[in-house]
Design a protein around this ligand. Structure first.
Ligand code: GLN
Length: 269
């Protein structure tokens, strides 16, 4: 079968799950299997695909039709222009989180920050990006040893060598003080969890659920963070779109920043 015919047919099959992203996901799946650069796709419509390539593409489409995220199928996802390994032990990095990274990079530059603590690190995407681009000494922590393992693989893949890894439930095993603390804690409410997209049900609940009102982790952070922050330091928290007001009450000295979609996304404290 030619690439064009296969593309048309899998685009249609993906529509029920991928909706407006079905064209893009069909392209991504084909390019992944035949190891083609996306830029060459349009010029390769006449290419004949082998039986085994077609079979591999069909098996990926079948898995995707169960709602399973494409990022877990491929095992990688781009964040801030870097390619991270991803697996079911951690949340798939979100574009929303790039807002926090942009603010962190500005803070590092403006204030000459040298040390960073990133908690609830998941795949390590925040901290490793800051270490690679921001050139700082980073400490990365997560409650899940599998996330620490994944972050170590990502640090190696992206040549980020200036990082310490600590398995810790928030501040429990952390010692010392830092110029910058970044945290994207679980913040979905009970209602968000009940209504989440099928794709998100394959992600770890421990990385998403923030208690009935989504604020459990922020309450714990508010009562502990001060003794881990240097005197001119900054705490950056990713927050849910509806949480700005509640966060201002928990952290009276916070400034709320919106993301690219115009919703509350980061608290700068
Ligand atoms: N932004 C994520 C979502 O909406 C949640 C991330 C988190 O809980 N830290 O799925």
């Amino acid at each position: 079968m030619t690439l064009f015919k296969l593309f048309q047919s899998i685009k249609l099959s993906l529509e029920p799950v991928a909706k407006e992203e079905s064209t893009q996901q069909a392209r991504l799946i084909i390019c992944h299997v035949i190891k083609m650069d996306m830029a060459k796709f349009l010029l390769s419509y006449d290419l004949k695909l082998s039986e085994s390539e077609q079979a591999e593409i069909n098996s990926i489409v079948e898995k995707r039709l169960t709602g399973y995220p494409l990022q877990y199928i491929f095992g990688t996802h781009d964040f801030f222009g870097l390619e991270f390994l991803v697996n079911e032990s951690a949340l798939i990095p979100r574009q929303d989180t790039e807002t926090l990274v942009e603010i962190a990079l500005n803070q590092i530059k403006q204030n000459g920050y040298k040390t960073i603590l990133d908690m609830c690190c998941g795949s390590g995407c925040i901290c490793i990006t800051l270490s690679v681009i921001g050139n700082v000494h980073a400490t990365l922590s997560d409650i899940s040893p599998d996330c620490i393992d994944l972050s170590q693989q990502n640090a190696k893949k992206l040549n980020a060598s200036n990082i310490d890894f600590i398995t810790s439930d928030l501040f429990k095993n952390i010692t010392g003080t830092f110029d910058l603390i970044t945290i994207n804690p679980p913040y979905l409410t009970k209602g968000d969890m009940d209504n989440r997209q099928t794709e998100t049900t394959f992600e770890p609940e421990i990385a998403l659920f923030g208690g009935t009102d989504g604020l459990d982790f922020y309450r714990r952070i508010a009562s502990e963070y001060k003794s881990f922050l240097n005197s001119n330091g900054t705490l950056l928290l990713e927050i849910g779109a509806e949480q700005g007001e509640a966060i201002k009450k928990l952290f009276p000295n916070s400034q709320i920043v919106k993301d690219a979609n115009g919703v509350d996304r980061v608290a700068v404290i």
